[in-house]
Design a protein around this ligand. Structure first.
Ligand SMILES: [Zn+2]
Length: 475
């Protein structure tokens, strides 16, 4: 017996809100029908009528490390001067055990859920522990064990990481909303031999690959020193883009026009994490990523500092303005050359004209719903369509953050929409309570137990490492 969810404002594939009924069974949307047709087809089925509230897919966070929630706030002041991933994260991560990863990952998962995220593409060590954490909190995920053998805190454990891929790629995990991906760490920390193994597993199991590419200058220099070409060229040389059904290349900050051209028409999906890039480097110019599919991710609270992937879209929307404000023309204007101001304005117009999709709410929402939602060949999400995971977000159409609600799509994409989340469903189950969604999760015994355990484990870890970070809150 299915459950039927009705709304008069369901976001359709065409990007408009219209009345519809979602038929949900086994955690999956099995059909979308006119409301009267659904009611008469299953007269005994429970009906959940959302009235005029807006129903969309829950968000998909296309790149994150939920366990790094434990390091939120660590990148203040001087700590962001060098390569923090290597200087600080590696030190913290060295020797992390599965129980710690699980405890920290739950906290990241809770925040993601609070913002209407239903699925995360996670990339981390002790990946089965991350998967357990996602299931406990109620998220679904594409979980990639981080694989490295030339550098990084788990360079000794790539065999275990590959074994974790095989463990996670199973029907029992799929039933719980978890599918596996391969997670080579970055282009400078994975040997050609490990790439060969990764390509082999990807091909044999038809699993996608999720990797950091061109994320730091150190990476570019190391790859260039070792192989004489760019990180993207090195990725192409590994053959993994032919072996895997899809490959997600995250950051791509230091990828040039030739790199982008080499990827067009292939199996690459690019990933952009705007707020994280502000902290760790500078944002990629995604207006140059035309004709390449790309998604948006949060990266993690350690570098973001939020887990609201929908909230990232405001930055993407503003690209033409901030890029032109950083142009040589604007710098000349600021230095006293008044002609520079006009040229900077024209530059803003050129970027907007070249990448109009950055201004369109439907296209922006697609970066955190439909585009990531088709990444994994065995898990459809981020869309309201038959066969997709029943991951839903219900928005309070009467909330002040939306008033006067003339353009619901734009209000959800660019407004402070998290405050207006009425309810979230993942895998066919409503999480928290409708109408007091955030409060009900925050007050739940499960959340409080998870927070208590994570705080204790973080405190113990920092003490063992002799790291002095911001004081931990109590209670
Ligand atoms: Zn990352």
């Amino acid at each position: 017996m299915p459950t039927i969810v009705l709304s008069n404002r369901v976001l359709t594939a065409a990007g408009v809100f219209a009345p519809a009924a979602l038929v949900i069974e086994g955690g999956v949307i099995t059909d979308i029908l006119p409301q009267d047709v659904a009611r008469s087809a299953w007269p005994q089925a429970p009906v959940d009528d959302l009235g005029d509230h807006w129903l969309t897919p829950a968000m998909v966070d296309g790149h994150t490390h939920v366990a790094l929630h434990a390091l939120r706030g660590v990148l203040s002041g001087d700590s962001t001067r060098g390569n923090v991933v290597e200087d600080l994260f590696y030190r913290f991560e060295s020797g992390l055990d599965a129980a710690e990863v699980r405890a920290f990952a739950r906290m990241g998962a809770w925040e993601a859920l609070l913002h209407g995220t239903g699925c995360v593409f996670d990339h981390y060590f002790h990946a089965p522990a991350v998967a357990e954490a996602l299931v406990e909190v109620g998220l679904t995920g594409v979980v990639a064990p981080t694989l490295q053998d030339l550098g990084g805190p788990f360079a000794h454990a790539s065999d275990e990481g590959l074994a974790d891929v095989e463990r996670l790629d199973s029907p029992s995990w799929a039933e719980r909303g978890i599918v596996a991906a391969l997670g080579p760490h970055a282009m400078d920390t994975v040997s050609r031999e490990l790439w060969r193994q990764i390509a082999d597993v990807a091909q044999r199991r038809e699993l996608p690959v999720h990797v950091h590419v061109a994320q730091s200058l150190e990476e570019v220099q190391r790859v260039s020193g070792r192989h004489g070409h760019s990180p993207v060229q090195e990725l192409l040389a590994t053959g993994v883009l032919d072996a895997a059904p899809r490959a997600l290349l995250v950051h791509m900050i230091y990828a040039d026009g030739a790199d982008l051209a080499a990827l067009r028409g292939g199996r690459a999906l690019l990933g952009h994490c705007p707020h994280s890039a502000f902290v760790l480097g500078h944002p990629a110019r995604v207006d140059r990523w035309r004709d390449l599919p790309w998604l948006v991710g949060s990266d993690c609270a350690a570098s973001n500092d939020a887990m609201d992937v929908r909230g990232e879209l405001r930055v993407v929307h503003g690209l033409a303005a901030w890029a032109s404000a950083g142009s040589a023309a604007y710098t000349r204007f600021a230095g006293g050359d008044s002609l520079g101001g006009g040229e900077a304005w024209r530059e803003r117009g050129r970027i907007r004209a070249a990448a109009p999709e950055l201004l369109e709410p439907a296209s922006l929402l697609g970066r955190v719903t439909t585009t990531p939602g088709t990444f994994h060949p065995r898990q459809l999400t981020g869309t309201l369509a038959p066969g997709a995971l029943a991951n839903l977000a219900v928005w309070d159409a009467e909330h002040p953050v939306f008033w006067p609600a003339l353009d619901p799509l734009r209000a959800i994409v660019l407004g402070n929409a998290s405050a207006a989340l009425l309810h979230v469903m993942t895998r066919g189950e409503w999480r928290g309570e409708r109408g007091r969604f955030a409060q009900s999760l925050r007050r739940s015994e499960l959340y409080r137990a998870h927070r208590e355990e994570a705080s204790q484990r973080l405190h113990q870890r920092l003490q063992r490492l002799g790291l002095q970070l911001a004081p931990l809150g109590q209670g």
